[in-house]
Design a protein around this ligand. Structure first.
Ligand code: FES
Length: 79
């Protein structure tokens, strides 16, 4: 979780990083935690899959938008 940038970075498989907006598509809360392959919003319990940001559990109406990132030398940057 990168709160200042409002993004969440996941690693679905080793070395494969994904970045999504941390703003929940339901009512705009910042999603709170990443565990067991899911990103969870603390406000109403929506869950998104870490691999593609798609909705695993509502009430979120849409997937988290992905953000482009670059990974080099062990550092992740927003592209
Ligand atoms: S704002 Fe995230 S579940 Fe409602």
């Amino acid at each position: 979780m990168f709160t200042a940038q409002q993004v969440v970075v996941t690693q679905p498989t080793a070395g494969d990083f994904k970045c999504f907006t941390a703003v929940c598509t339901h009512q705009g809360c910042i999603v709170g935690s990443v565990a067991d392959g899911l990103i969870t919003c603390p406000c109403h319990g929506s869950q998104y899959r870490i691999a593609d940001g798609s909705v695993a559990r509502g009430p979120a109406p849409a997937a988290l938008a992905s953000k482009p990132i670059t990974v080099s030398g062990g550092e992740i940057s927003l592209a």
